[in-house]
Design a protein around this ligand. Structure first.
Ligand code: HEM
Ligand SMILES: [Ca+2]
Ligand SMILES: [Ca+2]
Length: 322
């Protein structure tokens, strides 16, 4: 018994801290289980890679990395869940399916132990690595959130015509730096964008009735053929990194250097004095990019994490609250 009047400091676990060995007792084979699904999906449905990486980004930026993006709107309800927000309409089904499959396998071995948000974080890392990107340790211990509301999505997800100023502010509001913004945008080294995400640049840039002058003229011609001013197919999607759309390399950044950025927000990073030096460095040094990317994903993966029953839950079906 302490004899002083001071009570002993409570030995409470660090609350928001994630850890590498979080499931070492409750689900030691977790990463292998998820890994068996991601490697199979990468072989059979390779588009699952960009789909899942983007899914993780859209999860973390709205209510933190808590699996809120995975919730489905209740049948007949007017209160739309996040995934039904306009900003999330182009999130591919293949990403959601990958997480559902991984969760099913994990539940069969470690029932009600592992959060959907941790599975999403691990799967995103796996797909980055499978596509040629870095392998980094994923810290775990996220709990799934208890809210998913479409109405809060717009102010938290960047748009393809956001200015660098807006991007910097949004990322800063998530605790991410200008370096993180540029490095994480390097995710656009794989995957595709639908015409509507960039047609503004092709026909009527900022109300000028002319194309974006910072878009390479040859690429402009090709993009206009695939994405006509009107009457085009809404299903058409074109590579964000025209050089190597399936390989996780620094091709996105070298492309920006020759005006091959597909989205306005991408090319803008190469035009603003605050972001250009970082993009130039990433274009110059692929290894440096891959290392920086792994580190930045760790930061993004710890945005707004929840711990404990007050704010969180461990879902059994990632699509519905407990
Ligand atoms: C910096 C601000 C960002 C903006 C404005 C932005 C915007 C977009 C847009 C408009 C698309 C294409 C959607 C479509 O038309 O189908 C897209 C795709 C994608 N984004 Fe971003 N994004 C940003 C940052 C990020 C970050 C930080 C990540 C991941 C860490 C990411 C990962 C991806 C991936 C992988 C795709 C391809 C998806 C697919 O092919 O299914 N993006 N992004
Ligand atoms: Ca979330
Ligand atoms: Ca690439």
């Amino acid at each position: 018994e302490p004899t002083t009047s001071q009570p002993p400091a409570p030995r409470r676990r660090q609350h928001r801290e994630l850890s590498g060995d979080y499931y070492s007792k409750t689900c030691p084979q977790l990463e292998n289980l998820v890994g068996s699904i991601t490697s199979q999906r990468f072989k059979e449905v390779p588009i699952s890679a960009p789909a899942t990486i983007r899914l993780f980004f859209h999860d973390c930026f709205v209510e933190g990395c808590d699996g809120s993006i995975l919730i489905e709107t209740e049948k007949g309800s007017k209160r739309l869940a996040e995934r039904d927000a306009e900003e999330n309409k182009e999130l591919r089904e293949e990403g959601f399916e990958s997480i559902i499959k991984a969760k099913a396998l994990v539940e069969s071995h470690c029932p009600s132990r592992v959060s959907c948000s941790d599975i999403l974080a691990i799967a995103a890392r796996d797909f980055i690595h499978l596509a040629g990107g870095p392998y980094y340790q994923v810290k775990k211990g996220r709990w799934d959130g208890k809210r998913s509301t479409a109405a809060v999505v717009p102010q938290n997800i960047p748009r393809s015509n956001s200015t660098v100023d807006q991007l910097i502010k949004l990322f800063a509001s998530k605790g991410l730096t200008v370096d993180d913004l540029v490095v994480l945008s390097g995710s656009h080294t794989i995957g595709f964008a639908h015409c509507k995400s960039f047609t503004g640049r092709l026909y009527d840039y900022k109300g000028t009735k002319r194309p974006d002058p910072t878009l390479d003229p040859r690429l402009l011609k090709e993009l206009r053929m695939s994405c006509p001013f009107s009457g085009g197919s809404s299903g058409v999607a074109l590579p964000l990194d025209t050089t190597t759309p399936f390989v996780f390399d620094n091709g996105y950044f070298t492309g920006l250097g020759t005006n091959l950025g597909l989205l306005g927000s991408d090319q803008a990073l190469f035009l603003d004095p605050r972001t250009k030096p970082i993009a130039v460095e990433m274009a110059r040094d692929k290894q440096r990019f891959l290392k920086a990317f792994g580190d930045a994903m760790g930061k993004m993966g710890s945005i707004g994490v929840k711990r404990g029953r007050k704010h969180g839950e461990i879902r059994t079906d990632c699509r519905v609250f407990l």
